[in-house]
Write a protein that binds this ligand. Structure first.
Ligand code: LLP
Length: 430
């Protein structure tokens, strides 16, 4: 992250604090969140997309403190579950600044979102249209909605993360006509206000052509809605998914370039379709929080394993693993890592950083060159773990989830505490 650096003595310093000092006080494993870096990424999106609404996608990482930072920086918040909505409301966010997603929102969840006055409910199925119609009829309240549509784009990313090709669970297909039908039904439902179309094509995307094709298809539907239903939808959300650099091979775009590209496409298409440009919004998650956090581990054991070809691989076991970062095991994601608490002159050896779970796939960093003298007690930092690590963490093997420590200007604050064994036992009723 931008304020992280190493001293001559090899100490990794984040937010003005040596990681070793944080560890002395808070132990490992721990997520360290650089508040200035987080805020400056949020601001960079808000500034580059000044004529858009920018929703931070809380699924990447959400806590009460982070929801407040987002609000202070002028962003809105995308939540995708009742739990995330609870955190957002607890943080004191204006409900009108919250977008609520999900492919299977229950009646009680929708009831609560409508009652809270959530700004946008992103409707994902015909069942949900009926649920909202009956909730608004019962309560006399209004539901403000958008329609999640599927643009049929194959974003070039891991199959499990791509969401806008046809064969998947989210949204209404444009190609099949379901999207237009959903617009028709929402428009007809009393008490339901339809504000626009919503598209999200996937995550960790570098090739902006995917966004452009999706924007064109969604705008074409937007124009069709005007022509066939006489309805000028005031808004359109183009989703998130902007990739970040996990390794030196990754070459992410900048918020300014992304904004420019989207504006160009939208303006050109609107002109050629003869429709007014709707108010646009986006929903970046990873690109804001991903680079702002690192995970710090303590090395527990170092083992040399001889491979079939006779080569040796060094396995470095740390005190966390797939319970705090499932992404390597689940998506074959690439991370790097660095020695954090001292300097080493030892030659680099190719190492694999693994966790302490009972599973061979419990890999944190598949391949990294680390000093040959790495030993138990050394600290390792894995950068870029802000997105979808803590938020996808688990208690596998009854692991205790690590804390999130926010650092800024040489001061540290625990914004999510470490779980305790009491937390684990609290739900186990014996
Ligand atoms: N908006 C919607 C409707 C989404 O579904 C998502 C992510 C986002 C915004 C934010 O996408 P981002 O800017 O963070 O890429 N667990 C996977 C990623 C799943 C993304 C789910 N939806 C991973 O660890 O890579």
């Amino acid at each position: 992250s931008s304020t992280a650096h190493k001293t001559d003595a090899g100490d990794l310093v984040v937010g003005g604090i040596p990681v070793a000092d944080l560890v002395a006080e808070h132990n490992t494993p721990a997520y360290v969140l650089d508040e200035d870096d987080f805020r400056s990424r949020a601001r960079a999106f808000r500034d580059a997309f000044s004529d858009f609404d920018v929703y931070y996608a809380g699924k990447a990482f959400l806590s009460t403190a982070v929801a407040r930072w987002i609000d202070e920086e002028g962003l809105l918040l995308d939540v995708c579950s009742a739990g995330e909505l609870t955190v957002a409301l607890r943080a004191g966010l204006d409900p009108r600044r919250i977008g609520y997603h999900g492919n299977n929102k229950s009646v009680p969840e929708l009831r609560r979102a409508v009652a809270a006055g959530v700004g946008r409910i992103i409707v994902d199925s015909f069942t949900e249209v009926e649920r909202l119609a009956s909730i608004t009829a019962d309560t006399g309240l209004t539901a403000r909605t958008m329609v999640r549509v599927t643009a049929g784009v194959e974003a070039h990313t891991h199959e499990f993360i791509a969401t806008a090709h046809e064969d998947q669970k989210f949204g209404f297909s444009i190609a099949s006509g379901d999207a237009l039908e959903a617009v028709r039904r929402l428009h007809a439902a009393p008490g339901v206000e339809l504000l626009g179309l919503h598209s999200h094509i996937g995550s960790q995307i570098f090739d902006t052509a995917g966004f452009e094709i999706a924007a064109r298809r969604v705008l074409a539907l937007h124009a069709q809605v005007r022509d066939e239903l006489g309805l000028a939808l005031p808004e359109m959300d183009l989703g998130g998914g902007f990739g970040i650099a996990y390794t030196t091979q990754d070459d992410p775009s900048t918020p300014a370039l992304l904004a420019e590209g989207m504006r160009r496409i939208v303006d050109t298409e609107c002109r050629s379709l003869g429709v007014d440009r709707p108010r646009l919004s986006i929903e970046p998650g990873r690109a804001i929080v991903g680079p702002a956090m690192c995970t710090v581990y303590t090395v527990g054991t170092v083992k040399q394993v001889t491979l079939d070809a006779g080569a040796v691989r060094t396995y470095i076991s740390v005190d966390g693993g797939m319970s705090d970062n499932i992404r390597t095991a689940l998506y074959d994601a690439d991370y790097s890592c660095t020695l954090a608490g001292r300097r080493s002159e030892a030659p680099p050896v190719l190492a694999r950083v693994v966790g302490k779970h009972c599973e061979a796939g419990d890999i944190v960093v598949r391949d990294e060159f680390l000093p040959a003298d790495l030993a138990p007690g050394d600290l390792l930092a894995v950068p870029g773990t802000g997105a979808y690590c803590r938020s996808m963490s688990s208690n596998y093997n009854h692991a205790l989830r690590p804390p999130v420590i926010a650092v800024k200007d040489g001061a540290a604050r625990v914004i999510v505490r470490r779980e305790t064994e009491e937390d684990l036992l609290a739900t186990d009723l014996g």
